[in-house]
Design a protein around this ligand. Sequence first.
Ligand SMILES: Cc1cc2nc3c(=O)[nH]c(=O)nc-3n(C[C@H](O)[C@H](O)[C@H](O)COP(=O)(O)OP(=O)(O)OC[C@H]3O[C@@H](n4cnc5c(N)ncnc54)[C@H](O)[C@@H]3O)c2cc1C
Length: 478
Amino acid sequence: MTQNSRPSTLQSFQGDLVYPNDPSYPSAIARWASNAERQAALVSFPKTTSDISLVLDYALHQSKPPLPIAVKCGGHSASGASSSEGGVVIDLSRYFSEVRVDPEAKLAYVGGGAIWATVDEKTAEYGLATVAGVVNHTGVGGLTLGGGFGYLTGEHGLVIDNLVQATITLQTGQTLTLSSKSDESPDLFWGIRGAGSNFGVVSEFVFRLNPQRKDVYAGVMVFPIDRVEEVCQVANAWWDNGPSEKERLFINLVWNEDMSEVVLQVAPFYNGSEADGRQVFNAFLELNPTQDLTTSLPYIKLNAALNDQFPHGRPYIPTGFQTHRAQANPESIRNAAKLYKRHQEQDSKLARPIKLNVSVIHEYTPWAKVSSIPDSEGGPFPRNRVNNGLLMATWAENEKEINLKAREMVNEIRNAFLDGKTNQKSEGPKTIEKDFRQSPASRLEGLYGVENYQRLKTLKKTYDPKNVFCSWLPIEID
Ligand SMILES: Cc1cc2nc3c(=O)[nH]c(=O)nc-3n(C[C@H](O)[C@H](O)[C@H](O)COP(=O)(O)OP(=O)(O)OC[C@H]3O[C@@H](n4cnc5c(N)ncnc54)[C@H](O)[C@@H]3O)c2cc1C
């Protein structure tokens, strides 16, 4: 559709509108996960907040029947939360992607469609950083509105703990500037910090910045899977000893193509010199890893180090589990490794191999800073967990039958991992992920807590009574 044939409501729209007959339509609906692509009726790239209001008005009031809305930033939702089948996408990534730093005030003004790479680059120019995601092509929008954590979380808390202001356009078209200090809807500023995709389109985030040294200690040590007991023992002792806020650790189960074998990667992080980092993680080095690829590297390169492992345009299934387990469990890891290896062997014999690639990631993030902030101040993000697990699966082709087969395999590996005998320290459900199989209401009550969920429902009724923003963990309207 050309500019002249735009619907009358969108005549003054300053950004770009892409319809299915436009040559750029395939790239406009492309997502990081190819299985999250949907056939939108219109993809809009607004330039101003007035443009956002115009598109909302067009979709909700001028279209009969009203069209569903999806908001897109980095496009990393694998469930398709930033895509729309037959509806209107508000894609902020083209014109709301800039980052401006005020080094004096130590603040970054970040467009609602920016990616973390831009934030890292711009802030590093001044020796500053904010808490960011560990894969820098992810979007600031989704990651922030879901809470967000990264390498600097031990020191500076969640991404939302560093959010000082946000500009949001509501379904009415009204634009508000939110902060804990402003009189303009302080309760909504609370709500967006953990349930943020429920209320409107955030066109700008303002983050607090902290001084950040240039180089940090990170990388991976590789161990054969038969050393999982020793690795977990050292990791769990390190965790029980109370790591400092400058430390973080991942234990990853991955496939090593050269060895045709599942291996363990231990990925330490120390926000300091290599010499100090090696001392802090010496117990792992003393285990004599098959490879020691840990080193000193610029912090901004660290956030790019995993990018190639998670490229754009492949099918993905990410499954997060907030384990409530204080420690990694060797039996769980061994169970998952056995099954993964068996699948790889069977797959290589298939006429059309699925080429499944799975990472099972156990994260140890010092959580004291995060849990020191009460929900009443910090937002509804669930702060009560111990550490976090993630299973990230990808495969070669986005095709219905192959996707089903891949999903089956992933479920089996996930269940093998979760059903390994646990050495849970705390009471409570084995995983919140299991709670997700309950009804949406009890699932969200389980996630946010009963009191916080009630507060969110009140906010939803006030700011999004027609449930326009319902693509990701939608709060119920009674
Ligand atoms: C490879 C990879 C690495 C990851 N690493 C981390 C990590 O280190 N830490 C972490 O906390 N999480 C991490 N995540 C999870 C990540 O935070 C979520 O997938 C997040 O939703 C991605 O944000 P996005 O903007 O790229 O996604 P999108 O698909 O664009 O958006 C996701 C959701 O947020 C909404 N949304 C996005 N922007 C806005 C906005 N400006 N206004 C209103 N709504 C908006 C969308 O409508 C959608 O519902 C990772 C995910 C992947 C795939």
